[in-house]
Design a protein around this ligand. Structure first.
Ligand code: AMP
Length: 420
């Protein structure tokens, strides 16, 4: 062991488990790639101000959870706590939103950082795959994104997740609702922090998980009873499209999210096998965000799915992904000349697309065969002095133990044929 450990709230991805993470990322990305979303990658850090304005000054993310730093040049930067603000910043900066190009559909995958209290499923460094459809106000996009997330989970074999859906209204109806909610909340028996929240972001109080607070919220006014006609029609259309696509959802009038930029459609995917940190993904419409960060009006919608928690959900359901074998053939040389010959063959096999590995370090037969077994390979390719003299190598099926001698110049073709 070294003197150092991974920082608190973080963990390392190591083989063989890390293969599941890659597969989850790939499974979430696959439906997006098929649906016109292009890959975007932004820096791991941005100006603090972008998140303060974009995510919201009063949110936990900005007030408590950001990793900030001042550069030697005096710039105030933050490790990114989420993806949307950066992706929108990048799209605006590159002028992707020029006329005729809307919606701009983008997807991303990467690491995010929040200084949270670590627990199972909640880390300080975590991984998300996200998608954004920028610049078009169309309920079809909201439905499309939700369907793509659902299809991603289903393609992984997950069944124990639920989709919670709500609308947070827009700049016409939300302020009216906000005022009604504030009036209601001011009449409750709440602690000082929560009372402060009533002024800054009253909707977040609805999200308070404490039993003492939830009990008092029973008669709280609900956004859905205050939606304006446009928001109502928009929301009904999203619901109808989801139903048509065979995606079940639960209306959750209490669903608000930890970021200020959401308008209208808001949703969360929760998994019941995960305990307290049950949200495996979430998102919504953010029609005002572009203007909040200095851009033109660009109504948009997006989501981010948590890779770490999706992996935990797979474990909770006991789903084993069918992963391509890391190694298909393991070569075992006995002697220096055999090592050179097998190195050549292994190189050629790899170039032909076969996942091949070799025993290194002059291992004896017994140890080398143990490595072959551990690699999970289907075949071992053995080469000793007598084989070399005869111009053959021994291809051994590691499951059945059957072995056949193959002429050296036929090995690549035969192995390929056996594996396909
Ligand atoms: P959010 O932007 O907070 O809605 O996050 C979107 C998704 O990312 C959540 O549904 C989680 O699956 C995942 N996520 C957010 N924060 C964390 C965290 N601290 N640790 C692990 N996963 C997280």
């Amino acid at each position: 062991m070294s003197t150092f450990k991974a920082p608190k709230g973080t963990y390392d991805l190591l083989p063989p488990g890390s293969a599941t993470y890659l597969a989850v990322r790939e499974a979430i990305a696959a439906p997006l790639r098929r649906s016109g979303y292009g890959y975007v990658e932004t820096p791991g850090f941005e100006s603090v101000e972008l998140f303060a304005r974009g995510v919201g000054e009063s949110t936990d993310i900005v007030t408590k959870e950001m990793y900030t730093l001042t550069t030697k040049g005096g710039d105030e930067l933050a490790l990114r706590p989420e993806g949307t603000a950066s992706v929108l910043r990048a799209a605006l900066e590159a002028n992707l939103h020029r006329a005729g190009n809307l919606p701009v559909k983008l997807w991303y995958s990467g690491s995010y950082y929040r200084y949270e209290r670590p627990q199972k499923g909640r880390y300080r460094h975590f991984s998300q795959v996200g998608a954004e459809a920028v610049g078009t106000e169309d309920p079809t996009l909201d439905a499309e994104l939700i369907v793509l997330a659902c299809d991603a989970y289903r393609s992984l074999g997950l069944t124990g997740f639920r989709l919670l859906l709500n609308s947070l209204g827009d700049r016409t109806c939300r302020p009216v609702y906000r005022a009604a909610l504030q009036d209601f909340l001011r009449g409750l028996d709440l602690d000082e922090d929560t009372r402060a929240r009533i002024d800054i972001n009253p909707l977040r109080v609805l999200d308070d998980k404490r039993e003492s607070v939830q009990r008092q919220l029973a008669g709280a006014p609900m956004m859905r009873d205050h939606l304006c006609a446009e928001c109502k029609a928009f929301h009904e259309e999203v619901r109808a499209l989801l139903t048509e696509a065979g995606v079940p959802f639960e209306d959750d009038p209490r669903l608000v999210r930890g970021l200020d930029y959401y308008t209208r459609t808001t949703f969360e995917f929760v998994h019941d096998g995960l305990g307290a940190q049950s949200a495996i993904g979430g998102g919504g419409r953010y029609d005002g965000l572009s203007e909040m960060i200095g851009g033109p009006a660009l109504p948009s919608v997006g989501w981010a799915l948590g890779v770490d928690r999706t992996v935990l959900a797979l474990e909770a359901e006991g789903v084993e992904l069918e992963l391509a074998p890391a190694t298909e053939l393991f070569a075992v040389p006995l002697g220096d000349e055999a090592r050179r010959a097998l190195f050549r063959l292994v190189t050629e096999l790899r170039r032909e697309g076969v996942a091949a590995d070799l025993a290194y370090g002059g291992k004896g037969m017994k140890n080398a065969m143990k490595s072959a077994d551990r690699s999970g390979a289907r075949f071992a390719l053995l080469l000793g002095d007598r084989d070399l003299a005869e111009g053959v190598a021994q291809l051994k099926d590691l499951a059945s133990g059957e072995q056949q001698a193959l002429p050296l110049d036929r090995v690549v073709a035969e192995v390929r044929a056996e594996l396909r």
